[in-house]
Design a protein. Structure first.
Length: 179
């Protein structure tokens, strides 16, 4: 495979076309869509095999991009600590772990829309009966086992986080000739 090295000007031009892919099954995400639209960031709705968000650089023959280039990463979003802990119950835990296994094939981040989420885990401030120490142990074990990171963030910042996560991923890939 031949890797092309773009100039800084070309990279900046390409990055303006970066398109955020939103899984068609993602819901309660109007705040994210509003942010992306307000910033004129292209959005594409598509069923994703794993994760809620991904990104790609559209075909651009002028710059030698002969086909859409999908980034090999995804973001999974949970809208609260309660949704996260709900995924760890007896009836949902194996489905959640299977989702983590699929996602671990590429770099991914698990976003929890609760800026105080980590503190809530430590204090047991959630609806689940899950013991705080056991919950923290499960989550940290999953992070290591499936090579992902978890981010606790205010939902007002989620759209910004999603865009910049993929923007800098694409920029680094373009600089290193990996796309």
């Amino acid at each position: 495979m031949i890797h092309y090295h773009y100039t800084e000007t070309e990279i900046n031009k390409i990055l303006k076309t970066l398109t955020i892919v939103v899984d068609t099954r993602e819901n309660k995400n109007q705040h994210i869509l509003d942010y992306l639209r307000k910033k004129d960031i292209p959005i594409k709705n598509k069923t994703l095999k794993t994760g809620d968000y991904s990104a790609y650089i559209p075909k651009n023959e002028e710059l030698g991009i002969t086909r859409d280039l999908y980034l090999n990463g995804c973001l999974e979003r949970k809208n609260s600590i309660d949704e996260l802990t709900g995924n760890l119950g007896k009836d949902k835990r194996s489905a959640f772990e299977n989702e983590l296994i699929r996602a671990s094939q590429n770099p991914f981040v698990l976003i929890v829309e609760d800026k105080d989420g980590y503190e809530k885990i430590l204090k047991g401030d959630y609806r689940s009966q899950y013991d705080p120490k056991a919950l923290l142990g499960s989550l940290k074990t999953f992070e290591i086992r499936y090579r992902f990171s978890m981010v606790y963030i205010d939902k007002l910042c989620t759209g910004n986080y999603i865009y910049h996560h993929f923007y800098y991923m694409a920029k680094e890939y373009l600089k290193k000739g990996m796309l």
